[in-house]
Design a binder for this molecule. Sequence first.
Ligand SMILES: C[S@@+](CC[C@H](N)C(=O)[O-])C[C@H]1O[C@@H](n2cnc3c(N)ncnc32)[C@H](O)[C@@H]1O
Length: 347
Amino acid sequence: MSLIEGVYRHRLVEFASPLIDDPVQGGLALAAIETCHRIGEELAVEVDRLRPVLDDAGIEIDGVEPVSDRQNHTITFLVADADAGEAAVEALRPLDYEPWERWRAGALESFRRSGDQVTSGRTDGLTTVVRFRWRPRRHRGPAERALTPTAGDWHLVQLPTWAWWAYPAVRVGRLLAERLGLRPRHRASLGPFLSTPDSLLEPLFEHVGVTADDVVVDLGAGDGRVVAAAAARYGCRAMGVEHDPQLVEAARRRIATAGIEDRATVDLGDARDAELAGATVVIVFLPIDVVADLFDDLMARLAPGTRVLVHEQSRLPATLHPDSSTLIVGPDAVTVAHVWTVGRAPR
Ligand SMILES: C[S@@+](CC[C@H](N)C(=O)[O-])C[C@H]1O[C@@H](n2cnc3c(N)ncnc32)[C@H](O)[C@@H]1O
């Protein structure tokens, strides 16, 4: 049993409990359990805060997935259908929850028929995610997966409402083109905005050994908290690339407020085209399948000795061999951090 495996399986408390008397891992196991309890308590409070707002908006909630002992900040409400889900994400806007995706016309109709949930996020010191689900998640066989449209298909082509039924064909065409290498697997957006919890920033920087001499680059910089924290805490240069203009604005405000414009910047652009010359530490918090796809190209563009830090709660694909993988536990969040050093032979 390992604590990291517990994170990957979303059963951290269960995996940590037998380890609390372990001379090596006991302290971390206990801290992980306490953090999961705390997250669960905070989510329960948030559920109580959101329920009346949803009630007032006339949205019927059929249930809430249990939130006790959670290792991530996600609440799932069960609702009757897609319309209720969409009304619910709108109802939470005044509480600063932003819907992750909006669909129109044929994409919206296709999503209503084959989607199963809508998602919204609110970021302060960390991101809380709220999902409204109207269909249970279930295993789909390969044929069904190949024909069931997903976000990548709805983003690819804007069909009129009456043509919603053509999205399975769009999907087949897209998957084929990707398989044949005729188009990249990832569209413009490599993933939604989820902030690295503030409480994990320092432990992550320590883990990758940031110093004043480093040049830190955050790929997909979000609201700039990683860039700003690195530059403010270590006096190093820090740069970010972010493709969402609103987040770039937020990042620039953060940097200006901290008075660190001389050494911290966040540029609007695609992380895949980021200028990496001079980078000594690259930080990536993106979905693991995206990281896996970008990884070889990223490593090939970095100078020997550059450290790459990836953190996520999802399992790393077996093709990636980090120098080290570590469970990071903060007072209100956990993650798994992986570090690679460019030019170092795989373990
Ligand atoms: C999981 S968030 C991480 C944010 C930040 N690095 C942090 O740790 O707090 C991923 C970020 O990548 C951004 N992103 C997605 N696709 C991108 C792309 N092609 N180029 C640049 N940024 C992108 C998203 O808008 C989002 O802000």
